[in-house]
Design a protein around this ligand. Structure first.
Ligand code: SAH
Ligand code: SF4
Ligand code: F3S
Length: 448
């Protein structure tokens, strides 16, 4: 057996892709390992979204080049979004790279390994062969209770700050049949929650064998018919693609969880316009209202960028106001990072680093307060928790509420993969703690 180490940077889609690359290389005799030391092949699955993410990859490549000097047979591959964005520039800069593969071409890795073995030197694949890749990937071996499933890739939105349309290519959706087949296979291996992934997952438009187009609401309804699937989530959504049917599905589809990640980016119309987000702050707020009307207990998370070129104090205050109005359960926030090749990178009115830092701190303090508030609001309540795995302490289980909050309880391992009601008692750091109180569950734990 040869050892394969995959290091994943970036978003959930990269995590999904890494798992699929491991599945793809298993038949070639590669077994996954959790460290670069002693590995025969290392894949860095990279992220290009912000400068910091890219810097980390180059320092890791420096270490791998050193390792390769000691072990010349070590295969070094770079996958993901930096590979796609930089291509040959990257292989020239780092001669230790043996293979470089973009996110739409990684199904060609076995063939690339063979070409490299035949002495072809550095092997590159950065085409966008539509979604051909999904026809060439073996079945997933994922056994997690909560499993990722990519249904849509790429982006046609071209926000002026973002590299994704260039690294992941145009929007493409998988067929509903192939998605449902993969979901059933995941469920047969123990998955009880399916997280549908896409760069713009709510732009999903899959064509079935009869030529009919399915939107995300219809796909979620199709998945809800699979008995073993108890929970359905999706991410990431664009506000523009939140159609009436999907909003209504949050009220009608009981398996669709009341939690939505809906990036807002800014609360200022001037900044939103400069970002080419194609919606106003008011559009965003009205969307939140409509979702709350469809599903009153729905919780929201979001992404915000501070220090976009030209962002004034008033613009930033508009973001703070929007956040105060919505009250997020959880949120990500970032300092604007100029990315090569994106329109905003050439903007003149750059914001000083110190101002970015100050704004980020103020925003994060507010968001943290809101997150605590959301967590505190479930204390004293009985909440259905899907148990995912054992915790660190003996006899401890970890699961999640419908609102994605982690919950720790003491209970029998037989609960993993099942939903049970938990009386939530307290909050520590970012986790809730509680006790099982359903009698049949308690009886089971007494017998276990
Ligand atoms: N498809 C997702 C975004 C993926 S990137 C969407 O449409 O929302 C995840 C987040 O990274 C974005 O929502 C944005 O907040 C942030 N981001 C993207 N480019 C960035 C940049 N150049 N600087 C700082 N943050 C950025
Ligand atoms: Fe990037 Fe905008 Fe596309 Fe999201 S919608 S991936 S932020 S370009
Ligand atoms: Fe990063 Fe590419 Fe995901 S740039 S965030 S890994 S789509």
């Amino acid at each position: 057996m040869k050892k394969l180490f995959i290091k994943t940077y970036g978003c959930q889609m990269n995590a999904y892709d890494s798992a699929r690359m491991a599945d793809l290389l298993a038949p070639l005799g590669y077994a996954a390992t959790d460290a670069a030391d002693g590995a025969d092949m290392v894949i860095l699955n990279t992220c290009h979204i912000r400068e910091k993410a890219a810097e980390k990859v180059y320092s890791e490549l420096g270490r791998l080049a050193q390792m390769k000097r000691e072990k010349p047979g070590l295969l070094v591959a770079v996958a993901g979004c930096i590979a796609q964005a930089e291509g040959e520039e990257m292989t020239t800069r780092v001669p230790a790279i043996d293979m470089l593969v973009g996110p739409q071409s990684y199904h060609r890795l076995p063939e690339m390994i063979a070409r490299h073995a035949r002495g072809q030197g550095q092997v590159l694949e950065t085409d966008f062969p539509a979604l051909e890749k999904f026809d060439h990937l073996p079945q997933s071996t994922d056994t997690a209770v909560s499993a990722f499933l990519t249904v849509q890739e790429g982006c046609d939105k071209f926000c002026t700050f973002c590299v994704v349309p260039y690294t992941r290519g145009p929007e493409h959706s998988r067929s509903p049949e192939s998605v449902i087949a993969e979901a059933k296979a995941l469920a047969s291996r123990g998955a009880r929650e399916i997280v549908l992934l896409g760069q713009n997952v709510n732009a999903y438009r899959g064509t079935d064998a009869a030529g009919k187009i399915w939107n995300l609401a219809r796909l979620a309804a199709g998945l809800a018919d699979v008995e073993d699937i108890l929970r359905i989530r999706y991410m990431t959504s664009h506000p523009r693609d939140m159609d009436d049917e999907l909003i209504a599905a949050h009220g009608a589809n009981e398996k669709l969880m009341p939690f939505l990640h809906l990036p807002g980016q800014s609360g200022s119309d001037t900044v939103l316009e400069a970002m080419n987000r194609q919606h106003t702050a008011d559009d965003y707020l009205r969307l939140i209202e409509r979702l709350r009307a469809a599903r009153p207990d729905i919780a929201f998370s979001s992404d915000f960028i501070v220090g976009f070129p030209g962002e004034s104090d008033a613009d930033f205050q508009a973001t703070m106001d929007l956040v105060r109005t919505v009250k997020f359960a959880q949120c990500f926030s970032f300092k604007y990072s100029p990315r090569p090749g994106t329109p905003a990178a050439g903007a003149r009115k750059v914001i000083a680093e110190a101002v970015k830092t100050e704004r980020l701190q103020a925003l994060q303090a507010l968001l943290l307060q809101q997150q605590d508030q959301a967590n505190l609001s479930v204390i004293g309540k009985s909440v259905p928790v899907l148990f995912e795995k054992s915790g660190r302490d003996p006899g401890q289980l970890v699961g999640r509420t419908p609102w994605l909050q982690p919950v720790h309880v003491h209970g029998p391992k037989s609960l993993i993969g099942r939903v049970a009601d938990v009386a939530i008692e307290r909050l520590t750091a970012n986790s809730l703690h509680g006790a099982l109180h359903d009698e049949s569950v308690l009886l089971e734990s007494a017998l276990a």
